[in-house]
Design a binder for this molecule. Structure first.
Ligand code: EPU
Length: 495
């Protein structure tokens, strides 16, 4: 492994964000939005800001609102599964084939990081097919790894597979949406339990496994999606049995388990968030069609409701969206379930206020609240959103208030049970009073889901809005500009 040194261009790389134009023209660039997570609690204070996407061409969209979005769009695989499935390919002794991979910048980042570790990645026959060949996995040069610093949270999941393959790993500083502190203390604790030696360095984290990795008993303090994936990706090849208590059980995690089982892993999901993994000596490649992106489906559903439109979301399925569908119906939205997707529409009449508490699965996902808040500004009465997963996920509402919404943010746990943020001075409850008419404004995208909610706000507002920093949205929404065109939105891209 190359020795970490100072990267001259670190800040440029971290601050870079790809141009929105790529969404239309599919030019590839590294995305480097948003903040870095900390190491243990100690490094939280070190977190650098990578939020600004400066001086980018085509990073602005001017939207003339008030037109219902109507039409059909198609989903591909879930951002929050596909990127982890790509990492899982590192564990196989033969090539893997992943289907329905969306063309989003998070995928390109993971592709780049796998590439610098010797994984050969080629496009398959069908659009969205990726073939990942890990035959020549090798340690990457520090500069190549460091070029990915601040770009995504996925690199932390490379640890287990790289430790199994190479006995060592170096992980650059992480990125991800600026929606809370987002420490990685659970991840590091998990890896230490498996026997990894973790060494924090100025530019990232170095790990080694001098005695190999051994199965462990792990109990997570909170059902973290990423830490559960960390356990899975490490335990499948560790010697002996791993028992994970307090696991996250999101559908994307279940689909990762499907993939690992196809590779030869032995994983049992018990009741009460307990997962048992029997380590095996060898895993093969997999062939898998990724689970659809239910966060994207919920986002377009929210757009249909707020614009009084009618959108058929091809590829969306009911079982993974039951909780969302209940809330969508309570607000006054309508949906029809079909074999090939779900039609979401505004059936006419008044929208109704709701009380939502975000939670881990099977609760109402945190990623759904931001887009749905726009419809709540149009509901007749007072809605409450209590955010219990991330402590800072209401940064997007300032712009909505500027557009005419009535939203107050509170530190108290409103509308539900007390959560772990209640006594900690975090602005994590929103009170939305409606109906309000939104009017056009110049607004700036703060994070991925907040960015999509800004798009919905502008699409449903009276008059013209300019939304800047929209490049962030292409981290997780494939071809969203093309989809907006298909749905009849009236807009211009600038730059
Ligand atoms: N947490 C810790 N320590 C850790 C790990 C997590 O305190 O070591 C805390 C976090 O700070 C947070 C909570 O646990 O308060 C939950 O975090 P989790 O680990 O579950 O989230 P994640 O794995 O970082 C994934 C998705 C998020 C999604 C969450 C929750 C990916 C790449 N990201 O994040 O997606 O909101 O799970 O479902 O899979 C998005 O798509 O916009 C997005 C943010």
């Amino acid at each position: 492994m190359s020795t970490p040194g100072d990267a001259q261009n670190r800040d440029e790389v971290q601050d870079g964000e790809e141009s929105q134009v790529e969404d239309v023209q599919a030019s590839a660039a590294q995305s480097g939005s948003e903040d870095q997570s900390g190491d243990d609690a100690k490094s939280r204070g070190d977190a650098k800001s990578h939020g600004a996407a400066v001086g980018l061409q085509g990073d602005k969209i001017t939207i003339r609102g008030g037109i219902p979005l109507v039409g059909r769009i198609e989903l591909k695989g879930a951002k929050n599964l596909v990127t982890k499935a790509m990492v899982a390919a590192l564990l196989g002794e033969s090539p893997s084939v992943l289907k329905d991979v969306p063309n989003i910048s998070d995928v390109r980042i993971v592709r780049g990081l796998l590439g610098v570790h010797g994984v050969k990645i080629t496009d398959g026959e069908e659009p969205g097919d990726l073939i990942l060949d890990p035959a020549n996995v090798e340690s990457a040069h520090f500069a190549d790894i460091d070029a990915h610093a601040g770009s995504s949270r996925i690199p932390i999941l490379f640890c287990g597979p790289l430790l199994h393959r190479l006995g060592e790993a170096f992980i650059p500083d992480l990125g991800g949406c600026r929606i809370g502190d987002r420490p990685i203390d659970y991840h590091l604790e998990v890896l230490r339990k498996f026997g990894a030696v973790v060494e924090k360095q100025p530019s990232g984290i170095r790990m080694s496994a001098p005695n190999g990795l051994k199965g462990a008993k792990v109990e997570l303090p909170y059902p973290s999606v990423g830490a559960t994936e960390q356990v899975l990706l490490t335990a499948v090849r560790a010697e002996g049995i791993t028992e994970l208590k307090g696991a996250a059980i999101e559908p994307e995690i279940m689909d990762l388990i499907n993939i690992l089982q196809k590779m030869g892993a032995i994983i049992t999901v018990d009741t009460d968030r307990v997962i048992r993994i029997e380590g095996v000596d060898r895993l093969e490649g997999y062939q898998h069609r990724a689970l659809f992106d239910r966060n994207e489906a919920a986002s377009w559903a929210a757009a249909a409701l707020a614009t009084e439109g009618d959108i058929f979301v091809g590829g969306a399925r009911q079982p993974e969206m039951v909780t969302f569908l209940n809330v969508f119906r309570k607000v006054g939205g309508a949906f029809d379930i079909h074999d090939d997707g779900i039609r979401f529409y505004h059936p006419g009449g008044e929208l109704k206020p709701v009380i939502i508490e975000t939670d881990v699965h099977p609760g109402f996902m945190t990623d759904w609240q931001q887009p749905l808040v726009i419809a709540l500004t149009k509901a007749h009465g007072v809605s409450i959103v209590h955010e219990t997963v991330y402590e800072q996920r209401f940064g997007f509402v300032d712009a909505l208030v500027e557009m005419g919404a009535t939203i107050q943010i509170h530190k108290e746990c409103l509308g539900g049970q007390a959560c772990r943020f209640g006594q900690r001075n975090f602005n994590h409850s929103a009170v939305i009073t409606g109906p309000t008419k939104l009017h056009g404004a110049d607004i700036e995208v703060p994070d991925l889901r907040g960015g999509f909610s800004h798009l919905i706000a502008a699409l449903s507002a009276d008059g013209t809005s300019t939304v800047s920093n929209v490049g962030i949205i292409s981290r997780g929404y494939e071809n969203f500009i093309t989809k907006l065109q298909l749905l009849g939105a009236d807009f211009d891209l600038e730059g």
